[in-house]
Design a protein around this ligand. Structure first.
Ligand SMILES: [Fe+2]
Length: 290
């Protein structure tokens, strides 16, 4: 009998794009990421001491092409691969070249029940070269909390059930809380961040948004002043207490850009009875992936 080896954090994401130009200005100019590398078809960003947190590939697509989940070490990665194999999940070992491309020591690759490409890795490479944000911000709250959270649209109740069985029961993600109204939602955590992954039932399968958390509320406010892609106005969530706004990325999903004074953590799997997902604000102006 093998055991689930839950990841520790969302370590990196790979974004699909039609063109890189928009991402260069959006990623650095609006989000404040540090552009570190660019080829004809790829652009990479840092958001802390990791060599790479966001990689954008101009493959003509949209959404997120891969999700990088970090596990503790080589032993954990091996145990996870064995556990998935025992559970009948097809797992491929990432090549040396792929590990180098992701700036990690080692990784495995698999698909979730709706075809999202998941990569579980250990040994993210860091650098002593100071993080230099694309605009003047104090930085991103990452570290053991990972790069932020990702929220996925889900089409139907049976798909949601399959995803919950996979992420919670097979992979060991833990339920933080859930909504049944104003929409069906499930929030899962792997560290003290309220959720690193969430599902909202909306009638389709696609990435809804990625959340990046700033150290300072002023960093959020200054981005709001600079915005040109506003999707949801400034508001505060009732679940994770993040005050944030959303912008449309050039890749048909949104980035939530937020800050929180207190960290809301819970492992009780409680039903959130709130009729509203936000304590205030959060007017939707444009729909991107949601
Ligand atoms: Fe969010």
């Amino acid at each position: 009998m093998t055991r689930a080896v839950a990841p520790q954090a969302l370590g990196y994401i790979g974004v699909r794009a039609k063109a890189l130009d928009d991402w260069a200005s959006y990623g650095a100019g609006l989000l404040g990421l540090q552009r570190v590398d660019q080829s004809r078809s790829t652009i990479a960003f840092r958001m802390d001491d990791h060599k790479q947190r966001v990689a954008v590939h101009a493959d003509g697509g949209e959404g997120i092409g891969f999700f990088g989940w970090e596990v503790a070490d080589a032993t954990s990665l091996e145990a996870l691969a064995a556990h998935l194999d025992n559970g009948g999940i097809a797992v491929a070992h990432g090549s040396r070249a792929l590990a180098d491309e992701r700036h990690v020591t080692d990784l495995i690759v698999l698909s979730d029940p709706v075809g999202n490409r998941l990569e579980f890795f250990h040994g993210a490479q860091t650098t002593t070269e100071a993080f230099r944000p694309g605009r003047c911000i104090s930085g991103f709250r990452t570290g053991p909390l990972g790069l932020g959270h990702v929220v996925l649209n889900v089409d139907r109740p049976d798909t949601l059930a399959r995803l919950m069985a996979f992420y919670r029961d097979m992979l060991g993600f833990r339920l933080t809380d859930y909504y049944s109204e104003p929409f069906i939602a499930r929030f899962l955590h792997v560290n003290p961040r309220h959720h690193s992954l969430a599902f909202i039932q909306t009638g389709k399968n696609a990435v809804h948004h990625v959340m990046m958390e700033l150290f300072s509320f002023d960093d959020v406010g200054l981005a709001l002043a600079e915005e040109g892609r506003l999707a949801v106005t400034l508001g505060r969530h009732t679940s994770d207490f993040i005050t944030s706004f959303y912008t449309c990325t050039p890749s048909s999903f949104m980035v939530e850009y937020g800050w929180a004074r207190a960290r809301s953590t819970s492992s009780t799997g409680r039903l959130m009875s709130a009729k509203r997902a936000r304590a205030y604000g959060g007017t939707t102006l444009a729909v991107s992936g949601g």
